[in-house]
Design a protein around this ligand. Structure first.
Ligand SMILES: [Zn+2]
Length: 157
């Protein structure tokens, strides 16, 4: 029997939930365990609908996520470069870069703004689009050098 007074109804539900907290938690846990796929599908559907209905918000959200990630990555890379430094003693991360050593195949330029692909198209590289594990794997192929030492390495007298 529903309560006439909505406040009384809310109070009753609250006390009921409080009294049966353990039982309800158990019930919900069981339900979630049995209906994993159903719950996932419903969530995906809800998300898809939201995305279709709010393209601007989704774009803004994605940009925000990417911007935050880019800042985080850059800060980390900058600290890493400063820690390593160049063999000549340069410690300023602004002058330091990642030089790919030896025969390891270069996957991408870390910290690069853009690069020419094999068919000489200029491609913008956004580090925020990289997986962190990929960046770490790429760093493992590199040594930190300053720009001057890097130039001397690539153009000997
Ligand atoms: Zn140097």
């Amino acid at each position: 029997m529903p309560y006439k007074d909505p406040k009384a109804g809310a109070a009753y539900r609250q006390s009921y939930n409080k009294k049966n907290r353990a039982r309800l938690r158990n019930y919900h846990r069981k339900y979630r365990g049995k209906n994993k796929n159903r719950i996932r599908a419903l969530a995906a559907l809800r998300q898809r609908k939201y995305r279709q209905a709010h393209p601007e918000q989704v774009r803004a959200m994605n940009n925000r996520i990417r911007r935050n990630r880019r800042t985080k990555y850059r800060t980390w890379l900058s600290d890493y470069k400063a820690q390593r430094g160049c063999k000549c003693g340069e410690k300023d991360p602004r002058c330091l870069l990642f030089h790919h050593t030896g025969e390891s195949k270069k996957g991408f330029t870390i910290g690069g703004q853009g690069y020419y692909t094999d068919n000489s198209k200029y491609a913008r590289v956004d580090i925020a689009n990289r997986a962190w594990t990929d960046i770490l794997a790429e760093i493992r192929k590199c040594i930190v050098m300053c720009a001057n030492c890097h130039l001397k390495l690539h153009s000997p007298k």
